[in-house]
Design a protein around this ligand. Structure first.
Ligand SMILES: [Zn+2]
Length: 253
């Protein structure tokens, strides 16, 4: 699948959220830097830049804390501490920030034509708490037809590079059972965790059709300077963002 071009070279869209139907995508290092404190006015100004570029009216974001809390938002601005946000308010986007952790975008349609959408910040801690499957459950419970659900896993630390210690494997087995071992490759004290596959498994287990999931497949760690990487660049790494929303007038099929 080909990712679509946009007016801004730093903004990328997903084939499962085509620009005619959704206002969704992610930025790269050439775009606004999302590293300011989520409560600061400079964060609000980069949000405005992204919202305008993607064709929405406003957006909500969160202070991400590697937990499993997902908040339903109905107004723009900082929504408190959470690692997932969802809404069904036309024109209102939800924004996640990242420098290695997968941001997962999910959207679906109701029978009356309205839509529901959200994202997760699927760090290993949030992923082993099942955050992405939980988001699909919330969007389904909000009345979407499960056959319309689509999802994208944005650029993030890939299975080529994402090394974790044995304590991560141990924590994952404790929360998800020994079946989760298949997402870890390695031995002893060096393990590679495939967060793309683990989040994909949560999406499909929650009812998203495998053919409706797009994995961007770009690794932030080994992908050069295209995306900020905390693992590669440490505390000086910037942050990029992903956004999803729907605008009744712009995105009607
Ligand atoms: Zn890599």
């Amino acid at each position: 699948m080909i990712e679509g071009p946009t007016k801004n070279s730093w903004l990328h869209t997903s084939p499962v959220f085509p620009p005619g139907e959704w206002s969704a995508g992610w930025t790269d290092s050439g775009g606004p830097d999302f590293s300011p404190d989520p409560a600061s006015t400079s964060q609000a100004s980069v949000v405005t830049e992204l919202v305008e570029a993607i064709g929405l009216e406003k957006a909500a974001w969160a202070k991400q804390v590697h937990g499993a809390t997902i908040v339903r938002v109905s107004r723009p601005g900082l929504a408190g501490e959470a690692d997932g946000l969802w809404t069904d308010i036309p024109g209102l986007g939800v924004i996640g920030r990242s420098a290695d952790c997968p941001l997962v975008l999910v959207g679906g349609k109701r029978r009356d034509g309205s839509r529901v959408w959200g994202f997760t910040h699927a760090s290993w801690r949030s992923t082993i708490q099942g955050i992405t499957g939980k988001l699909v459950g919330l969007i389904t419970d909000a009345g979407t037809d499960p056959t319309t659900l689509t999802a994208t896993i944005c650029p993030s630390a890939g299975p080529c590079c994402y090394e974790v210690g044995p304590e991560v494997l141990e924590a994952a087995v404790t929360l998800l059972g020994s079946e989760v071992r298949k997402f870890f490759h390695g031995a002893g004290t060096r393990w590679i965790l495939d967060l793309w596959a683990l989040n994909t498994a949560q999406l499909t287990a929650a009812g998203v059709s495998p053919g409706s999931i797009h994995i961007a497949g770009k690794c932030t760690i080994c992908g050069g300077s295209r995306y900020p990487s905390y693992r590669r660049d440490g505390a000086d790494a910037g942050r990029f963002a992903a956004i999803i929303g729907w605008n009744q007038l712009r995105n009607s099929p």
